[in-house]
Design a protein around this ligand. Structure first.
Ligand SMILES: [Zn+2]
Length: 362
């Protein structure tokens, strides 16, 4: 059994408390955010009539705080916690560049307020997930989604076709970083693909467009790996991958890896994505996973690896998607028993049922 965390410990872990003593934060993005706030505040202050000084006072106070933050950045002291002289968590500075205390130095009331916000973020995120079991023609799709903390940076979606002769989208991805910043990017991916899936682009063009939009909307250094597939009722799958770990095709001939066909989303605005076409036979499955599964470790620190998952899935050709996912996750859990789950884990099986079995189950 993994040891259980208190909510406060989870909060601390989720906000990446990477702390190097006395390391001031000098980030062009944060400087730009401070400069923007300075301009906005000056405009707002100038709009207050000179006769109404009390109305301007809180704005002037905020402007002082912004000026002080820029000054500290110039001195190399920005982002150093006023309480313990450690470094304030970067994700929190992005959310509010005027924050001056690290998580450990917040009062218990402030920590509780933060935990309530995280719980709310978690509810919003869970509300975005598709049903765990989806049927489409003879396809049977099942997934399990296991965040390591309160919120997750894994992205998972199943988007049904808008028309009768359309195809079903299945998507699985992983956003760089952890915690709140990653979960916000995950919700952004969800909204973007839900919109793009309905406009009828070819898969390669769709990913190119998604990449450009993602590049424009993300902060430097944040990106997402993703497998994007489309299943037709005839048993054919089109699949493209932006730097994500390979999908595993489970057939009577063993397990074959279907690798990445392009770079992660958000890295270069000109990225291209080749599309692979695969035909599945009844009984075959395609397994998609995030690296929280392949990088799960045992007590000696050894990774489970793609090999571990391939072995677990290889013995189970013909298994229904739900049983296959459950058996593989049990195998990962057995392997990493006694070790805390460090990363979000998501596993999806896209299974082509035998037509008779499909009819029987319907
Ligand atoms: Zn501190």
């Amino acid at each position: 059994m993994p040891e259980s965390d208190s909510a406060a410990t989870q909060t601390a872990r989720i906000l990446e408390p990477e702390r190097k003593p006395m390391a001031g934060v000098t980030d062009p993005y944060l400087r730009e955010q401070l400069e923007k706030r300075r301009v906005e505040l000056k405009t707002a202050i100038s709009a207050v009539p000179a006769t109404d000084a009390p109305a301007a006072a809180p704005l002037v106070d905020l402007l002082d705080q912004v000026d002080s933050a820029v000054h500290r950045m110039d001195q190399g002291a920005y982002g150093i916690c006023d309480g313990c002289q450690g470094t304030v968590e970067r994700a929190r500075l992005i959310a509010d560049p005027l924050v001056r205390l690290c998580l450990d130095c917040l009062s218990s009331d402030e920590q509780r307020a933060l935990e309530r916000d995280l719980e709310l973020a978690s509810q919003v995120q869970r509300g975005l997930l598709p049903q765990t079991d989806v049927r489409f023609g003879d396809w049977r799709i099942h997934y399990q989604y296991k965040p390591a903390g309160i919120v997750s940076g894994d992205y998972c979606d199943l988007i049904p076709p808008v028309s009768q002769d359309g195809k079903l989208f299945f998507l699985l991805g992983d956003v760089s970083g952890k915690g709140v910043a990653a979960s916000l990017l995950m919700t952004h991916l969800n909204a973007m693909f839900r919109t793009l899936a309905s406009i009828g682009l070819e898969l390669d063009k769709l990913l190119e467009l998604a990449n450009r939009l993602f590049c424009e909307s993300t902060i430097a250094g944040q990106y997402a790996t993703l497998v994007c597939g489309r299943a037709s009722k005839t048993g054919e799958i089109e699949i493209a991958s932006s730097g994500h770990p390979p999908a595993l095709l489970v057939s009577p001939n063993g397990v074959k890896q279907v690798g990445a066909t392009g770079l992660p989303l958000g890295m270069f605005s000109t990225s291209r994505y080749a599309v692979q076409r695969i035909r599945l036979e009844p009984g075959d499955s395609l397994l998609l996973f995030t690296d929280g599964i392949s990088e799960a470790r045992d007590l000696s620190g050894q990774e489970y690896g793609i090999g571990g998952l391939s072995r677990a899935a290889g013995d189970r050709h013909g298994w229904a998607s739900k049983d296959l996912v459950a058996a593989c996750l049990e195998d990962v859990e057995r392997y990493s028993a006694g070790v805390r789950q460090a990363d979000d884990q998501t596993l999806m099986a896209v299974h082509l049922a035998q037509s008779s079995a499909a009819a029987f189950n319907d």
